[in-house]
Design a protein around this ligand. Structure first.
Ligand code: PLP
Length: 401
């Protein structure tokens, strides 16, 4: 991983609040409103002379601290414009995704995205946004030629939205190539960086305009919070188009949730290193197991986008999908696991296993699931930080015939 140690320092120190109490760890400002000393301070605020906190829907110190830490990590190593990178924190990943897309695409605009997406993002784009006049096309893998053609067919395209690695099939999209084609046609690129985190890939460096995160996952990492974030390289887009949706649509996170997420984020570089190392071992184990018909992990040389993953990521992440051939065999595994837990969500310190067709991607129609490669035998596993030997032993006993 690039300059791992320096990222570790940023993760711990960037954005930290050191208030006048001398408190080492920043307190939680569990307050809905903030006081003005007098009318002169009201006037100074109204004239834009101070950026005081007023009301916790607009801003709260814990939110500011988390946003500063996340933008420091997402802009890490950017040669230019790293100061233009800012973040806004939301109450969920979906609040962040909807604000990012609806901040840029308006009624009459078009969104182009890949075929396979996180289930709720899929539902937002294919079912909710059309009701607001925002249409879409899906292109498997965002194939560059097909993307250029579709952009030419839809000059009203405002957003190209991508997820890499993609949930749940772990396909990789070429972010730099996509950004080049999108920008040539005047569209902005939004990347969901939830699976990789800034520790493994920094989409802004690759040309993306905005990043969205479900901070529920690796960023918080401990399974205690639902949260989201948008990171942008364009201050005016953030200020005028996205941040207003935090304030006026109102999907704001609580001070406590921001505080917990900020605490989790401090160990992200360390956690990702172990998540990745363990995932590589589990993927190798699954790939050679006779009960497994296919293993989808970008770190395996057999993965169709292995080279691309190696070129745009610093490591391959800790999400693996594998096929057991049928619903019955997948069910058997789910019912037998003991150490690993049957649950949706991912990126936690403990290993979580789920069945996309009946859980996270249930909202996707069977036809679209088939098109996306989400078979009835597909199992998704998020490799946690337990001893990797224990994770493998649990899978081994669950897979035994
Ligand atoms: C979980 C997730 C989301 C949605 O985030 P929430 O915090 O659940 O709203 C979006 N994208 C990906 C890749 C996710 O894993």
């Amino acid at each position: 991983m690039r300059d791992g140690q320096q990222m570790a320092t940023q993760a711990i120190h960037a954005g930290e609040i050191h208030d006048s109490s001398g408190s080492h760890i920043a307190p939680i400002y569990q307050t809905s409103t903030f006081t003005f000393a007098d009318m002169a301070s009201v006037e100074a605020w109204a004239e834009g002379e101070t950026d005081a906190y007023i009301y916790s829907r607009g801003g709260n110190p814990a939110r500011t601290a988390l946003a500063a830490k996340l933008s420091a990590l997402e802009s890490f190593g950017m040669a230019e414009d790293s100061e233009s990178v800012t973040a806004e924190i939301f109450a969920s990943g979906m609040a962040a995704i909807s604000a990012a897309i609806m901040g840029i695409a308006k009624a009459g605009n078009h969104v182009i995205t890949q075929q396979v997406l996180y289930g709720s993002a899929d539902h937002l784009i294919s079912d909710v946004l059309p009701e607001f006049g925002i249409t879409n096309t899906r292109i498997p893998g965002l194939d560059p030629t097909a993307l250029a053609t579709e952009l030419a067919n839809h000059p009203e395209t405002a957003v190209v939205y991508l997820e890499t690695p993609a949930n749940p099939t772990l396909g990789i999209i070429d972010t730099a190539r996509t950004a080049e084609i999108a920008h040539a046609n005047g569209a902005k690129v939004i990347v969901d960086n939830t699976f990789a985190t800034p520790i493994l890939q920094r989409p802004l460096e690759l040309g993306a305009d905005l990043i969205v995160h479900s901070t529920t996952k690796y960023i918080n990492g401990h399974g205690t919070v639902v949260g989201g974030a948008v990171v942008s390289r364009h201050p005016e887009v953030m200020e005028e188009q996205v941040a207003s949706l935090v304030r006026f649509v109102g999907g704001v996170p609580s001070p406590f949730d921001c505080w917990l997420t900020n605490l989790g984020l401090k160990t992200l570089p360390l956690r990702m290193r172990q998540h990745c190392a363990s995932a590589m071992k589990v993927a190798t184990f699954l790939d050679t197991h006779p009960a497994v018909t296919a293993t989808h992990y970008p770190g395996l040389p057999s993965h169709p986008h292995h080279e691309l993953a190696a070129s745009q990521m610093d490591d391959f992440g800790a999400m693996i999908a594998f096929d057991l051939g049928s619903y019955a065999t997948a069910t058997q595994l789910m019912d037998r696991i003991e150490l690993c837990t049957l649950a949706v969500s991912l990126g936690n310190i403990d290993t979580l296993v789920e069945h996309p067709a009946s859980m996270t991607h249930r909202v996707v129609t069977p036809e679209d699931r088939a098109r996306s490669g989400i078979t009835d035998g597909l199992v998704r596993i998020s490799i946690g930080l337990e001893s990797v030997d224990d994770i493998i032993a649990d899978l081994e006993q669950a897979l035994a015939t």
